[in-house]
Design a protein around this ligand. Structure first.
Ligand code: HEC
Ligand code: HEC
Ligand code: HEC
Ligand code: HEC
Ligand code: HEC
Length: 322
């Protein structure tokens, strides 16, 4: 059996160096009822698969919010972008008929006609349309992220303006595949993590959203001042998005020396209310706290939150010693 498997691998290895159409692994480029599961891609592209399966794209169909807002999937019109067959269409994006729970899966973004398309010069065991530079553009993401792309485009031609992929798919050097025998013959190369989130680049100093206290005055026992927010580097509004619940809460807290909150003020940013922070925009939030015993520090934070306030992601914070 082992020998047979080895021979089979060898055979595919040889075949893959021949020019092939949808011949080897034809099941990977199937559409309709036989479309492959992303797990199948994960047999070889293990790291990418693991990143994707924890990403928001993998949840886009099963998410409670989507289920609720489509009235238990009754609004068919919504499903195209949330469980698409492929984005390579000139018409409206069509929903997949199978594996819908996978949401935006590998083939949603990579199946172009009967080939798996991507930006790198690659030769693989399956049909590949290589060096497709569309993948490097914000327009690719904008096939579904319509409002965010518009906001990105309207932020003007600024030198060094980053694309969606620059921030939401961080660069990594590794092999594209982690499966034998293939990985033996492939070198490491520059690839992109399929995280589709913004956690990894929120390092100090690199934070694209700045927050600071300007002009804090303590008169008698009152404290007043101004908090300044600036979107220095996110080339879309903060928050962004066309659907779902998108709120960013800015909290200013007055704390005593044990860290106990003695007073606070909050302000929310919403796309719908046109209070989102645009690219390069500076915003000031004045605050005033009445006499409070033992006030020592003012702390501010900016958090992306969910409707039930059960999911909170810290975007940036600042503090000021009185
Ligand atoms: C049998 C192993 C195997 C399976 C299964 C597999 N791939 Fe690949 N794939 C490869 C190899 C090998 C390469 C080339 C890697 C290299 O050049 O470093 C590759 C390359 C690619 C590329 C790069 C194209 C480019 O030019 O940038 C994409 C995209 C891709 N595969 C997508 C998929 C998708 C989607 C699936 C599932 C439907 C899948 N692959 C299943 C082995 C596999
Ligand atoms: C086929 C449609 C489609 C394409 C193409 C697409 N997305 Fe998405 N994206 C979605 C959907 C649908 C969601 C909502 C998932 C959810 O939160 O349930 C989403 C969510 C996200 C989120 C998280 C939003 C949140 O609320 O947490 C980020 C970040 C993101 N996408 C980035 C990208 C980037 C970057 C690209 C381009 C490389 C891209 N997307 C391409 C459909 C798409
Ligand atoms: C400079 C880095 C950067 C670039 C470029 C960028 N983003 Fe973002 N993106 C962020 C940050 C930081 C956040 C978190 C703040 C927020 O929610 O608005 C974010 C948030 C998002 C969200 C909402 C996630 C959430 O739940 O808050 C989506 C969707 C998104 N980006 C999509 C895109 C798309 C599509 C593009 C390209 C048109 C893009 N981004 C370009 C940094 C970037
Ligand atoms: C939302 C769209 C989207 C989804 C879903 C997606 N990819 Fe990608 N993929 C991209 C983009 C965009 C790039 C190129 C990014 C760049 O180079 O800037 C890419 C690049 C790749 C590459 C080329 C090498 C690399 O690391 O850049 C491979 C291989 C690949 N994807 C495989 C997969 C597999 C396997 C899955 C499913 C587990 C998957 N992709 C899911 C958009 C997607
Ligand atoms: C053009 C593509 C597209 C269509 C059509 C679409 N969506 Fe979405 N949806 C997205 C994208 C992209 C996101 C993530 C970021 C955003 O809100 O723009 C998203 C996010 C969501 C979210 C938030 C998910 C979460 O977990 O936070 C909900 C809810 C949602 N969509 C519901 C719907 C409903 C209901 C419809 C039909 C009326 C619909 N969508 C149609 C692209 C689409």
């Amino acid at each position: 059996m082992k020998l047979f498997q080895r021979l089979l691998s060898l055979f595919t290895l040889i075949v893959f160096f021949l020019p092939v159409g949808c011949v080897v692994y034809p099941e990977l480029v199937d559409k309709g009822p036989n479309a492959p599961k992303s797990e199948r891609c994960g047999d070889c592209h293990r790291d990418i698969y693991n990143e994707w399966k924890d990403s928001p794209h993998a949840r886009s169909f099963v998410s409670d919010a989507f289920k609720e807002e489509t009235n238990e999937y009754r609004y068919k019109f919504c499903i195209g972008c949330h469980a698409p067959e492929t984005i390579f269409t000139n018409e409206k994006i069509e929903p997949r008929s199978v594996n819908q729970t996978e949401g935006v899966n590998c083939n949603s973004c990579h199946l172009d006609d009967c080939e798996l398309s991507g930006p790198t010069p690659a030769r693989g065991p399956h049909p590949i349309k290589e060096k497709n530079l569309f993948y490097k553009t914000s327009e690719m993401c904008g096939k579904c992220h319509v409002g965010t792309l518009k906001s990105w485009q309207e932020s003007g031609i600024v030198e060094g303006k980053k694309t969606c992929q620059d921030c939401h798919m961080p660069v990594i050097k590794r092999k594209l595949i982690q499966d034998d025998p293939w990985q033996k013959i492939y070198p490491k190369r520059e690839g992109k993590q399929h995280l589709f989130s913004f956690q990894p680049f929120l390092k100090e100093n690199e934070n694209p959203i700045k927050m600071s206290f300007v002009k804090v005055i303590r008169s008698e026992c009152n404290v007043e001042g101004i908090l300044e927010l600036e979107n220095t580097d996110v080339p879309h509004s903060v928050p962004t998005g066309d659907y779902g619940y998108r709120e960013i809460v800015v909290t200013i807290e007055l704390q005593d020396k044990t860290g106990r909150i003695v007073d606070f003020k909050t302000e929310s940013l919403f796309v719908e209310l046109k209070t989102a922070l645009q690219y390069k925009e500076k915003r000031t939030i004045p605050f005033y706290f009445n006499c409070k015993e033992g006030a020592e520090t003012i702390k501010a934070k900016m958090v992306r939150t969910s409707f039930c306030k059960d999911r909170n992601i810290l975007l940036t914070e600042a503090s000021y010693k009185l």
